[in-house]
Design a binder for this molecule. Sequence first.
Ligand code: BGC
Length: 525
Amino acid sequence: MSRATAVAVGGSFSTTARRRRELAVPVRCSLSAAGLAAVAPILRDLKMKCDTPLPVLRHVADSMSADMRAGLATNGGSDLKMILSYVDSLPTGNELGLFYALDLGGTNFRVLRVQLGGKEERIIDTEFEQVSIPQELMYGTTEELFDFIVSGLARFVEKESTKFHLAEGSKREIGFTFSFPVKQTSIDSGILIKWTKGFAVSGTAGRDVVVCLNEALVRQGLDIRVSALVNDAVSTLAGAHYWDEDVKVAVILGTGTNACYVESIEAIPKLQGSAYGSGKTIINIEWGAFSTGLPLTEFDREMDNESINPGEQLFEKTISGMYLGEIVRRVLKKMAKASTLFGDSFPEKLSVPFSLRQISFIIEEYILNDWMVIHPCYHETETMTLSTPHLCTMQQDDSGDLDKVGLILSGTLGVKNSSLGARKIVQDICDTIVKRGSRLAGAGIVGILQKVEQDSIGQIFQKRTVVAMDGGLYEHYPQYRHYLKEAVAELLGVEVFKNVFIEHTKDGSGIGAALLAAANSKYFA
Ligand code: BGC
């Protein structure tokens, strides 16, 4: 059985009773009638425009299916790239030996090693380390980024203990999970199409990212073979399928978002009859680029215009963790300008756009266990602004005075004594934006399921089908999970929904990449 050992997770989480006292934020008596009157129409309009009743969801699900088909028919046929992953067979359980994985996809990268023991012993041991990527590297050069990653990998490899064994005559192999749109050219090569999620590293787009990694490995003298390049959705599907063969779809909901699924070769006209052994392959949808029928508001449009990739990744900008907090900030800014929601003076910090560096959801995990540990983050940087983990913490607040909401408004926006009325409105806005995002994500999932079902009647809806979910947003945001599942159930109806299991898969991505490295090993048949 799997025995995961977290070697290191960054951050300091000390809490003291003294801090608790220091952090009490007084609640102002009430929001004035005039304040409320100015805010009400903005809130009403927001709710109306973000509403996702069944017909809206149905339109999104149907458009997702149609765009998938168009993207499978020809390259550029729709917003959806429908990228061939070159993963034509999923791990079987027979994989044996020591394998590494490197996971780059957000503000942290992870390295992992796993000792695979075949059908009987499965995962004998695994260890991982997580390293935060300095912000300047997200805008630096390809060499700087890859050198940084490889130096982290090298330190990790050095610490390999005797619990792990490399088979005689073989060298270390690694599965590289690279969570950005890549045009795969084989299982171990692929060209970066563009950066997403706030990365703007120069010189990588248009290059084979495995070559970039190999060059850095050579520069640092690390002898390790990259045997698989995979997207995080694809490695999640592989990792989850290893334990459960009914997994047909994987979805990532974290800083960014994506989905992939198992497709029949005959359903991919753009392959033009190229031979594929197993008759199936995993398609990386890159669904973050989807844009049809989304209920968008002025706040979404402004955010998109000011982003580093205007007009792109619209689904991602509506449903994923990097953007939800920023949308809420924009709504609050408008309200605070039009009213006395936060008192007589406008909180200047409301004008600070989202930092590309979001508080990691790892920190959020601790916040949920003990919310006071959010305190150190507030002092981490002056520009810390409202982000999705804050929305999550505020939505969990069921205290009479909404203390946590008050604390976050004070810590992130400098609103020192918000009224209870204002705190309730803030909670309501968070709920509106998160509900829209999660229900649309649910509609996207139904779009994938119904597309496959239409092509192979009974194969999805009439038997157990598992959708593997990963990503901090899904993992740590209870309301998001709830609304997403509710939307899937509404769209599918009770009977079909009984067969569809939406399951969180913890660390499927890391293990999945190592498994795919094993499946494509040069040393193991
Ligand atoms: C990327 C995808 C990735 C997803 C989740 C998106 O921004 O384009 O490739 O799978 O984020 O990490």
